[in-house]
Design a protein around this ligand. Structure first.
Ligand SMILES: *[C@@H]1O[C@H](CO)[C@@H](O)[C@H](O)[C@H]1NC(C)=O
Ligand SMILES: *[C@@H]1O[C@H](CO)[C@@H](O)[C@H](O)[C@H]1NC(C)=O
Ligand SMILES: *[C@@H]1O[C@H](CO)[C@@H](O)[C@H](O)[C@H]1NC(C)=O
Ligand SMILES: *[C@@H]1O[C@H](CO)[C@@H](O)[C@H](O)[C@H]1NC(C)=O
Ligand SMILES: *[C@@H]1O[C@H](CO)[C@@H](O)[C@H](O)[C@H]1NC(C)=O
Length: 426
């Protein structure tokens, strides 16, 4: 019966898309009325094509994406849940539970599958590269995925678990916020933990099933159906993933924060689940999942590669760089981007994702970091800007305006983050 609810949500997804547009529409010619939008997503305010014209909002027909998801306009990609748009957007989606190999209870979400038919059926992302990601192998013989069998419509006996008790901590660097002087991820997977499970009795397909809460019972979690009550945050985040805003076994749903970024010039929203390295796991608030580092990085779209590239800036503009007197009392620098800005609390780092579904075929939720830094020359001469697409970054890197943080030419940072795509704003 649970699945009938999923199907209904998926079926009505296009209506949900249409319904959000009026909320974000500005009056015909008014300047940015939403001081909180902070221009972090420059495309969101131009969804109203009537802006700057003499016609009234709503005069035009629907976005082209309504007819064909590859065309311009908003598209829900992870359709098993419902996105709520706000200063911090979120998604409410199905919550699953099972027992581990030691019969401990754990809670998880399902976001991607290498099986196209089942992905479509469950309204999750189709990610064919996950089949390859499952093959990576380390010195201990661990692969990228845990192999399990479906028994009575569930997967029991998972070995790798996550400890949610650590308190997430970032100490900014002394001269610049990035690199931080100290990081402690808020949740730490054991050596066996991987978000990927490979189903031995279902075609050996690979599923992205990150663990988002540890050994806690329904009664405890049902206190958080409407969010986290005042004063309970510390206890909550010692048992639950740092990106969770509400969790509700009673309605079998969980609400997670969404992060803003860009893919090929389109602003997008994605989820943060896990990171193979303590640094990004802490900066993003994901599980530190060391086992993900067995997935081979650096090969982008080559044969059998399991990853897709993800470009993370270190030293873009921060809000503190915005000179006084900005229009509309704006406090967000319109070109802010990167980890300095993120660590200073300006908002999401506005990372640049490679392919997402509907834009190309090579999407993988396992994003291989390339860290890029504006050179002193670029900063001194006003070349630094906000970039929103992979090919802009590659062009700037080829010309020498951005480099690795150590000044060498742009390359693989050897890090994998598990960040399932959720929504395309344009
Ligand atoms: C999700 O976002 C909506 C819109 O901003 C907000 O009203 C709601 O409170 C958020 N949900 C949670 C659980 O934080
Ligand atoms: C887990 O529970 C099952 C069913 O109750 C039982 O057969 C099994 O022995 C238990 N395993 C462990 C490791 O406790
Ligand atoms: C659920 O867990 C809490 C501790 O988190 C415990 O106090 C309570 O007794 C448990 N309830 C049940 C029904 O097991
Ligand atoms: C900007 O801030 C000033 C000083 O607080 C205020 O007088 C003015 O009305 C504000 N302008 C806008 C457009 O909000
Ligand atoms: C860039 O500027 C910083 C700060 O002024 C300085 O510490 C650094 O040595 C410069 N780097 C290069 C390669 O000149």
């Amino acid at each position: 019966m649970k699945f009938s609810r999923l199907v209904v949500i998926a079926f009505f997804a296009p209506l949900a898309i249409g319904a959000r547009i009026p909320n974000r529409r500005r009056q015909n010619n008014a300047f940015n009325p939403d001081s909180l939008s902070g221009l972090d997503d420059p495309t969101i305010d131009i969804e109203n094509g009537a802006f700057g014209t003499a016609i009234t909002a709503g005069y035009q027909g629907p976005m082209a994406s309504y007819e064909d998801h590859a065309l311009v306009g908003p598209v829900d990609l992870l359709r098993s849940g419902t996105v709520s748009f706000g200063v911090v957007s979120n998604i409410t989606m199905p919550l699953y539970t099972s027992q581990s190999s030691t019969n401990a209870t754990y809670w998880f979400i399902v976001t991607d599958s290498s099986d196209e038919g089942n992905a479509r059926q469950l309204a999750i992302n189709f990610a064919p590269k996950l089949r390859f990601a499952a093959q990576g192998v380390d010195g201990d013989g661990l692969t990228g995925a845990e192999q399990l069998a479906i028994v009575n419509n569930n997967i029991y006996g998972r070995v790798g678990m996550v400890d949610f008790s650590p308190v997430r901590k970032i100490v900014p660097g002394a001269s610049t916020p990035f690199p931080p002087a100290f990081v402690q991820p808020g949740s730490v997977g054991d050596d066996n933990y991987t978000p990927l499970v490979q189903l031995k009795n279902a075609g050996y397909e690979v599923w992205n099933a990150p663990i988002i809460a540890g050994n806690v019972n329904d009664t405890y979690l049902n206190q958080f159906c409407d969010g986290i009550p005042e004063g309970m945050s510390e206890d909550f985040y010692s048992k639950v993933h740092d990106q969770v805003l509400a969790i509700c076994p009673r309605t079998t749903t969980v609400t997670m924060k969404l992060i803003e970024g860009f893919s090929f010039g389109k602003s997008v929203l994605y989820l943060i689940a896990d990171g193979s390295d303590p640094l990004p796991a802490t900066l993003d608030g994901g599980n530190y999942a060391k086992r993900l580092s067995v997935v081979k990085t650096g090969d982008d779209d080559a044969l059998f590669s399991g990853i897709e590239r993800f470009f993370v800036n270190t030293n873009g503009y921060t809000n503190a760089d915005l000179p006084p007197g900005a229009p509309n009392n704006e406090t967000h620098h319109p070109w802010r981007q990167g980890l300095n800005s993120h660590i200073l609390g300006d908002g999401d780092p506005l990372n640049i994702l490679g392919a997402i579904p509907t834009v190309a075929y090579d999407y993988s939720p396992l994003w291989n970091f390339e860290l890029f830094t504006w050179t002193n020359y670029s900063i001194a001469n006003g070349i630094r800007t906000r970039m929103t697409g992979e090919f802009e970054v590659l062009g700037m890197a080829a010309a020498g305006y951005v480099t690795n943080p150590d000044g060498t030419p742009l390359s693989d940072a050897g890090i994998v983050n598990n960040c399932p795509i959720v929504h395309r704003n344009l």
